[in-house]
Design a protein around this ligand. Structure first.
Ligand SMILES: Cc1cc2nc3c(=O)[nH]c(=O)nc-3n(C[C@H](O)[C@H](O)[C@H](O)COP(=O)(O)O)c2cc1C
Length: 204
């Protein structure tokens, strides 16, 4: 029994890949997508159980606007029109997906932890990143288990402040990543793996 359970988990993590060829074909209704993301984020462990991950799901027009307007405008502001031109195909590919999940960390909670436990102050921002990564990977695996394709993007350095204004989010939210998901129209690319023995060593 435990073996069956763990092989299900192994299958799920082995099936998780980066998929860029996405379309808007429906797999699940929006409320079920929201529920899946809530369940994934809910189970992500965090240091001292601080639960600092905050997630915003952009669907429909909000998703389209992010990739067709917010990202190009932010890119244009820092790198000019040529950078927007160079990224056009890629951004259009993201817009072709069903939605975007914005992963934030609430830094107010992390600062609170640093004040409460000064002896671990240097660790909390790192553990906050770990927690966010866990929330992201749970979400990624869960969505791909339901038949979606996903890819992970990092335009937050350009768009984080704008997103907070547009969606009236707390100032303390720090954008970590954007997960694009949709119907997987094209398979994942080739992927190479290092020798397992180089990455995992055992002493006994
Ligand atoms: C922390 C992290 C950051 C990543 N950042 C990006 C990114 O900004 N843009 C992108 O297209 N892919 C990004 N990726 C996807 C990786 O390139 C991809 O996971 C890796 O090549 C392995 O391929 P796979 O996801 O198909 O297993 C990121 C992945 C991780 C885990």
């Amino acid at each position: 029994m435990p073996q069956q359970l763990s092989s299900g988990f192994l299958n799920a993590i082995q099936n998780r890949r980066t998929i860029y060829g996405l379309t808007k074909k429906t797999i699940l209704p929006d409320p079920q997508i929201v529920q899946l993301v809530q369940q994934a984020v809910r189970e992500a462990p965090s240091a001292f159980n601080v639960q600092s991950s905050r997630v915003v799901i952009l669907l429909g027009k909000q998703h389209d606007d992010y990739w067709n307007q917010i990202v190009p405008a932010s890119l244009r502001a820092v790198a000019g029109e040529s950078a927007v031109e160079a990224s056009k195909g890629k951004l259009a590919g993201f817009a072709n997906g069903v939605g975007t999940i914005l992963f934030f960390e609430d830094e107010a909670l992390i600062k609170g932890q640093q004040q409460s436990f000064p002896q671990y102050a240097a660790g909390f921002p790192l553990w906050s990143n770990h927690h966010s990564g866990i929330a992201q990977i749970y979400t990624w695996v869960l969505l791909e288990s339901e038949g979606y394709g996903c890819n992970l993007q990092h335009y937050g350095g350009l768009t984080g402040e704008t997103l907070k204004k547009v969606y009236n989010l707390p100032e303390s939210y720090k954008l970590q990543s954007e997960m694009v998901f949709g119907y997987p129209e094209a398979p994942a690319g080739e992927k190479s793996y290092m020798n397992d023995n180089e990455r995992v060593i055992v002493f006994n």
